[in-house]
Design a protein around this ligand. Structure first.
Ligand code: ARG
Length: 460
């Protein structure tokens, strides 16, 4: 049988092959099939409840859709580009199976509210997966952090050694970022989880419908309250992409650090071989491919955000075909996020930490200079003066190629007579860390406290 367009009665000639290919979305939107069926079944149920659709028709639709679902799942469904998109492919197949009941399914509905519903159902499920994966990654980071609550490493500003921190504290910074990412995803979900169906093409429908019933059947928290807005805006997808871009930006920052830390020049960590590759020419190479790709893929996710927001910006109300372009960026954003989060959790578990290299780097960078300045302030020296005193001590130590902690007390007291034997307790990295014992500080105590809080949050 020749596929016939639902609107063929209006047209005097079929579209050209080129136009058909250009306008069809079935090659990518077939991914929405399960959600399209779910939405159709809820719509049919609602129409039956309000007396628009007979129970016989409803039963036939349910039976036909069950068969179609099985065909799709087993890969036997014959997708046709002549039928443009997932919606018309499924509807046509339904009609070929059950006749007129299939043709009645589209009563009080349009593809405009249908596709908006499908995307929301699909995205809601993806957000739930992403939130779980974000929790897994946080757990991996917390697990590593708990082993390194006391491990000293240099904290950097401007990529110059600044002050000692613990490796655990450093990792917790990323846990904080990912926790906010998860909050953003869950917050975005609230606005995704609203029902467009019932808006029909743009103005609503003349049939008696019960949108709250459909919303309830589909697990939506609410309905979209304006039919024009419901079929046309994709702000929820843009918002999701922005949240997704931030996830990727956070992981890109961590990737950059992993790459630096793994460089033999720094050597703070090693990444398990299964996440790295060698070089085809240089036998000594072990390259951190996975973090490099994450850093690279952050670019494409940010690109999708720009695509989606640009797609929306000049569209008049209500639905325009432009919106068909929302799918590929959104799908690729989700795929990239899910793959990245999965691989990242595993990669974090495969990290070997080299505390000796981290400690050596702290000792080379005058990382406790601020601690010496603070020490003098506590003895009554104004901070600006103590800063100057310590700067001179650092300059001297640098000329001698030693750390300030290694200067003898006789030498140190030449810079200030207030410097006494007890200074060495603050000049060691451990002394520096333990003094920053306040909420949000890097003292091992605080790090352990934060880890416990995060673990409780993730269990809750
Ligand atoms: N494939 C279309 C999309 O993704 C479905 C809606 C088509 N609506 C229309 N009036 N042409 O947006």
């Amino acid at each position: 049988m020749q596929d016939q367009h639902a609107w063929s009665g209006r047209f005097s000639e079929p579209v050209s092959e080129l136009v058909k290919k250009y306008t069809a979305s079935v090659n990518f939107d077939q991914r929405l099939a399960e959600f399209d069926i779910q939405g159709s079944l809820a719509h049919a149920n609602m129409l039956n409840k309000t007396g628009v659709l007979s129970t016989d028709d409803l039963n036939a639709i349910q039976r036909g859709m069950a068969e179609i679902q099985a065909e799709i799942r087993s890969g036997q469904f014959n997708w046709s580009v002549d039928l443009e998109d997932v919606h018309m492919n499924i509807e046509q197949r339904l009609t070929s199976k059950i006749g007129d009941a299939g043709k009645r399914l589209h009563t009080g509905r349009s593809r405009n509210d249908q596709v908006a519903t499908d995307i929301r159902l699909w995205l809601r499920a993806q957000i739930d997966s992403i939130v779980l994966l974000l929790a897994q990654l946080q757990n991996s980071l917390l697990n590593l952090a708990s082993k390194h609550a006391d491990t000293v490493m240099p904290g950097f500003t401007h990529l110059q050694v600044a002050q000692p921190v613990t490796f655990g504290h450093h990792l917790l910074a990323y846990v904080e970022m990912l926790a906010r990412d998860s909050e953003r995803m869950q917050d975005c979900r609230k606005r995704v989880n609203r029902l467009p169906l019932g808006s029909a093409a743009l103005a609503g429908t003349t049939f008696p419908i019960d949108r709250h019933y459909t919303a309830q059947l589909l697990g939506f928290d609410d309905i979209c309250h304006n039919s024009l807005d419901a079929v046309s805006d994709r702000d929820f997808a843009i918002e999701f992409s922005a949240a997704g871009s931030l996830v990727m930006v956070h992981l890109s920052r961590l990737s950059e650090e992993l790459i630096l830390w793994m460089s033999p020049r720094i050597g703070f960590i090693d990444i398990a071989d299964r996440f790295c590759t060698g070089s085809s020419i240089m036998p000594q190479k072990k390259n951190p491919d996975v973090p490099e790709l994450v850093r690279g893929k952050s670019g494409r996710v940010i690109g999708h955000l720009v695509s989606l927001i640009t797609l929306m910006k000049a569209q008049p109300l209500a639905y325009n075909k432009d919106n068909q372009e929302d799918k590929e960026p959104l799908f690729d954003t989700v795929d990239t996020l899910i793959d990245t989060l999965r691989i990242y959790s595993e990669m974090i578990q495969g990290i070997t930490v080299k505390p000796a290299a981290m400690r050596a780097a702290v000792l080379q960078g005058f990382a406790t200079a601020t601690d010496l300045a603070d020490y003098l302030v506590k003895k009554g020296v104004p901070f600006r003066d103590s800063h100057e005193i310590v700067a001179r001590a650092v300059r001297y130590a640098e000329q001698q190629s030693i750390d300030i902690a290694d200067l003898p007390l006789t030498k140190l007291s030449e810079f200030s007579s207030l410097i006494e034997e007890d200074v060495f307790a603050v000049l060691t990295p451990e002394g520096s860390l333990s003094q920053r014992d306040h909420a949000g500080g890097t003292a091992p105590n605080q790090v352990r406290l934060q880890i416990a809080k995060h673990l409780t949050r993730l269990k809750g």
